[in-house]
Each structure stands twice: as structure tokens, then as C-alpha cells.
Design a protein around this ligand. Structure first.
Ligand code: ATP
Length: 228
């Protein structure tokens, strides 16, 4: 068995818990479950717990108050590899739950914020990753409206991204070497895609055809300088 096989097996065995079964929490749980992961769902509202089980979006669901460390321990939340705290609208409960889960020893805790200050507080009590979906979706929408040439974006950190962009018209017919993307734009080309097929690590002599897309890595400032 090779390294990648072991890594995949390890990933597959990862266990998740989702605390809070609003629209966001349900979406996370359902997607993990559909992908074959073991998901434990909890909520203080019995009706939400029953709904998750009857909709078959998780194998296990429990009713509990996540502000109570004992309840979390008894439900086995502290043994999970990743816990998603999906309580956006109840800031106090969300903060206490995140603190409890971190103090319980969970290695990877992802929490949902509903405001900037909520985000800061979650990080202060130890959340490893905070998502702020309304803010992130709003930013992504604005970017897609102003830069329609960007097909996809993966943010590495607040300053750097990997983006897939449709090549500007005047790039067509030129090779990657001729475009000198590294020196002219500070960007490295990771792949070229044409008709949905990707060529990874393209050679500098690769000629870009009209309608092709390139996947580049670089700072957001450099990406914004692309003439797209
Ligand atoms: P949306 O539905 O828009 O995605 P959301 O993800 O922000 O909203 P909330 O309205 O914050 O969801 O509610 C999340 C869930 O968290 C609710 O179902 C609520 O019952 C549950 N919840 C709130 N407090 C606790 C708590 N102390 N313990 C367990 N569950 C809780």
C-alpha cells in the first residue's frame, strides 16, 4: 500500500460532528454524509434532530445543549476529529460551545460567525478556522460581477489565491514563455484548460488558444492586474 492510499484511507476514517442544525449545519452534515463520512449531528431542538434523522442526512443525531461540557462528553463529541460549530445566530451559545469543544481536546474546530466581532471572539476562544458565509458569498458575488473572466478562486490566505481565468483575447496564439507571466504579472501558471480538460504543469512552449483558461497562483494584487 502506498503513501497516498494510506492518506486516503486516513481521510475516509475521519469523523465529524456538526453542532447546530440550521440551514448551514444541515448543508454541511448532508454533504459529508453523502460523501460517505461518519457524521454525528446535535442540536438543542428535538424537532431539528428528528428532522435530520427522517431526512437521512446523518447516521447519528442527538438532542443536547452544547453549552454543557458534560453533555458534549457523554455524546462523544470530544472524540471526533473535526467539529463544526454551526450556531450563527446565538453568539453566546456559539462562543461557549467552541470553547467547550476546544477545551475537550478536539483538534480541528470550525465555527460559523455571523459578524466580524463574532469571528474575532471565535478565534480568541480557540476556533481553528472560522467561516463567515454571508460575508464570503457577498465578496465572491461582487468579484464575479466585476471580474467575469475569473471562473474559480481558491483563497490560500487573505492576500494570495489560486484562480482559474479565461485568457484575455490578446493572450491567444502566444506561448506561456512569450507572455512572461512571472516577470510581467508576478504569477505562476499551474495548469491550462481547454474544453474542460486540464494540462497540469504546462511547458513554457505551450501555446494558448482562444477560449482557453489558465490556472495561476499569486497575490491578489497581481491577479487583479491581469487584463481580464
Ligand atoms: P441558518 O439557518 O441561516 O443557516 P444558522 O446556521 O446561523 O442559520 P442558527 O439560527 O444560528 O443557524 O441556528 C443553528 C442551530 O443551533 C439551531 O437549530 C439551534 O436550535 C441550535 N442551537 C442553538 N443553541 C444551541 C445549544 N446551546 N446547543 C445545541 N444547539 C443549539
Amino acid at each position: 500500500m502506498n503513501f497516498f492510499h494510506n492518506l486516503r484511507a486516513d481521510l475516509k476514517n475521519r469523523q465529524f460532528a456538526v453542532i447546530g442544525l440550521g440551514r448551514f449545519g444541515r448543508a454541511v452534515a448532508a454533504t459529508l454524509y453523502q460523501q460517505g463520512y461518519d457524521v454525528l449531528c446535535v442540536d438543542s431542538d428535538n424537532a431539528k434532530v428528528d428532522q435530520v434523522l427522517s431526512d437521512r442526512i446523518a447516521a447519528h443525531a442527538r438532542q443536547l445543549d452544547s453549552t454543557q461540557p458534560t453533555a458534549l462528553r457523554e455524546a462523544g463529541i470530544f472524540e471526533q476529529d473535526t467539529v463544526i460549530v454551526a450556531i450563527g445566530n446565538y453568539v453566546q451559545e456559539s462562543i461557549i460551545t467552541t470553547l467547550n469543544v476546544k477545551e475537550g481536546g478536539v483538534r480541528h474546530v470550525v465555527a460559523k460567525a455571523s459578524s466580524e466581532i463574532h469571528m474575532k471572539l471565535l478565534l480568541k476562544v480557540g476556533a481553528d478556522h472560522v467561516v463567515f458565509p454571508e460575508h464570503e458569498t457577498g465578496c465572491a458575488l461582487a468579484r464575479s460581477l466585476t471580474k467575469p473572466g475569473i471562473l474559480d478562486r481558491f483563497e490560500l490566505d487573505p492576500e494570495h489565491s489560486i484562480v482559474e481565468v479565461i485568457i484575455p483575447e490578446h493572450f491567444a496564439g502566444k506561448t506561456i514563455a512569450e507572455l512572461r507571466l512571472r516577470s510581467n504579472y508576478g504569477l505562476n501558471v499551474l495548469a491550462v484548460s481547454q474544453d474542460g480538460k486540464f494540462e497540469i504543469n504546462p511547458s513554457p512552449s505551450k501555446q494558448l488558444e482562444k477560449g482557453a483558461a489558465i490556472v495561476v497562483i499569486g497575490s491578489n494584487t497581481c491577479i487583479n492586474r491581469l487584463p481580464i
